[in-house]
Design a binder for this molecule. Structure first.
Ligand SMILES: Nc1ncnc2c1ncn2[C@@H]1O[C@H](COP(=O)(O)OP(=O)(O)OP(=O)(O)O)[C@@H](O)[C@H]1O
Ligand SMILES: [Mg+2]
Length: 348
């Protein structure tokens, strides 16, 4: 159980709903990460039959005052048990119906919410900060649409059979990815252009600031998203498998093969390590080339490049492809931790 949170100044929650993983962290001490995958829970008894020791979450959601009850498997459990597994595929992932299920599950797990139907309890609802890829964030309609939607969100949420809690946010702010991660950089120089590259599952975001006499200014032309991330590695594995066997490889197995380096097919072990290593090198090169091209002639004048996002853990070669590159501590958490700083400012 999380500590009761009574100080409104620290009523802050940050959720980074990535294409690959949802990361949530709050000032009440909650922290959670799970794959951004959901599946409808199916019949209610299938929902109840699931083993409590399974990782992942069974989530019941009732939106509004008297909305219908939705039941979802979220995270690893959806991958394992779900029949109609849903990933976010759209560029505008927040318009996907599964987005709220993931976000509400993360919120329920990281904040000490009042019990549903419990009346006024003195517990503060937190301010919420979430992110969008830089290019989606630029689109005011998208940004404001998401903000309005989350501001209006009120739901009773029950995770893994626990008593339902009432989730609603006191304030909502939408922040650009990469710029969020920037807020966690521990050692910004006094002057010069510094950039941050956030390599995610499906997108890579770039942000840059120019520092003059300790004052920061966003370099807008260096802030953008490119449509490439670690999902390309899974695609490369599927392509190689098809080349070797002629058969399709389901995405989930391809994902596991990326981690293990090999798989068994019709009694034979197929070594995927060479194909994976080649794909890693190619993807790192492609990401670096596209980002550097986006920076244009400013690329040569960047003083330091910070690398964030879970993808940089899988692509160590990136460090040699950018000038003076350094991987942030906890790179996969960088956006969420940056958003939490913004949320704390809103709450106070
Ligand atoms: N422990 C780990 N070691 C190595 N790589 C990891 C680890 N955990 C995650 N990754 C990598 O991180 C990637 C996901 O990164 P991240 O969580 O930053 O993406 P995302 O934010 O979900 O995606 P996007 O930003 O595109 O929406 C995975 O595809 C995997 O390659
Ligand atoms: Mg991300």
């Amino acid at each position: 159980m999380l500590a009761i949170q009574t100080n409104p100044q620290s009523a802050a929650l940050a959720i980074d709903v990535g294409f690959g993983y949802t990361k949530a962290v709050s000032l009440a001490g909650g922290k959670v990460i799970f794959p951004s995958v959901v599946a409808p829970a199916g019949s209610p008894d299938a929902f109840d039959r699931l083993d409590k020791s399974d990782t992942g979450y069974r989530v019941r959601i009732k939106k509004g005052i008297d909305g219908p009850v939705e039941e979802w498997l979220v995270g690893e459990l959806a991958l394992k048990e779900g029949r109609e597994v849903q990933y976010f595929q759209d560029w505008e992932k927040h318009s996907h119906p599964a987005h709220d299920a993931v976000l509400l599950a993360a919120a329920a797990l990281t904040w000490n919410w009042p019990r549903a139907g419990g009346g006024i309890t003195g517990i503060s609802n937190p301010a919420l900060v979430v992110g969008l890829p830089v290019d989606v964030w630029r689109d005011e309609l998208q940004r404001e649409g998401l903000k309005k939607h989350l501001e209006g969100l009120i739901a009773e949420v029950s995770v893994n059979g626990n008593g339902p809690v009432r989730v609603t946010f006191s304030r909502v702010y939408i922040y650009p990815q990469a710029a969020g991660a920037f807020l966690t950089v521990p050692d910004l120089p006094e002057s010069g252009i510094v950039a941050l590259v956030d390599v995610g599952q499906k997108t890579t975001d770039s942000a840059a600031i120019e520092i003059v006499n300790g004052r920061q200014r966003l370099v807008k032309t260096m802030c953008f998203s490119i449509n490439k991330g670690m999902a390309a590695l899974v695609e490369a594995v599927r392509e190689e498998f098809r080349r070797q066997t002629g058969a399709p490889l389901p995405p989930q197995q391809a994902w596991e093969t990326v981690k293990s380096g090999s798989l068994w097919y019709r009694g034979k072990e197929i070594d995927m390590a060479p194909a994976i290593n080649k794909a890693r090198a190619e993807i790192a090169r492609a990401i670096a080339d596209q980002v550097l091209a986006g920076w244009g002639e400013r690329a040569d004048f960047v003083r330091k490049v910070y690398l964030a996002g879970g993808g940089v853990l899988d692509l160590p070669a990136l460090q040699n492809m950018f000038p003076a590159a350094a991987v942030l501590p906890d790179p996969q958490w960088a956006n969420a931790l940056g958003f939490l700083k913004v949320a704390r400012g809103l709450a106070g």
